[in-house]
Design a protein around this ligand. Structure first.
Ligand SMILES: [Zn+2]
Length: 143
């Protein structure tokens, strides 16, 4: 899915919140280390081991989210996205995104879900419940 798909035909408001640490747990742990000046694990694609990193170094590999670059805290567009997930099911979408602001070091979290979005598991559960419902009267009659 492209970013355009993400931003097109939104049928519900985008939920937002600002935090002083990342929502994603693994990033939250690293963020605390960066803040404390503790060594952080080097990304396996560029090296190995641990190193003390500045916020800029830690976030160097992240890209800006071109659709929502604004920091929800200070309005700066000097942000980088470190978390993005999306789920599509039967043409319905759901996504979440979180960006770090390099100016105020706030984390801007945005999430969106189509009003009638259901996961494949939910569809499957409903199908079973329908089947059980359809079978129930017959079972009673047989007794
Ligand atoms: Zn900011």
């Amino acid at each position: 899915m492209s970013l355009a798909d993400c931003t097109a035909n939104l049928r519900a408001p985008i939920a937002t919140r600002v935090a002083d640490k990342p929502t994603v747990r693994v990033h939250s742990v690293e963020w605390r280390k960066v803040q404390n000046g503790d060594p952080v694990e080097i990304n396996p694609s560029v090296g190995h081991g641990y190193r003390v990193m500045t916020v800029d170094e830690w976030s160097a590999r992240w890209k800006k989210n071109e659709a929502w670059p604004e920091c929800l805290q200070c309005g700066s567009k000097n942000t980088k996205e470190h978390h993005f997930t999306q789920t599509w099911c039967r043409g319905k979408k759901k996504w979440e995104s979180e960006c770090l602001c390099l100016d105020c070091h706030s984390f801007s979290f945005r999430s969106y879900c189509d009003p009638d979005f259901k996961t494949p598991e939910e569809y499957e559960k409903e199908r079973w419940q329908e089947m059980v419902k359809a079978e129930a009267p017959k079972a009673v009659a047989a007794n």
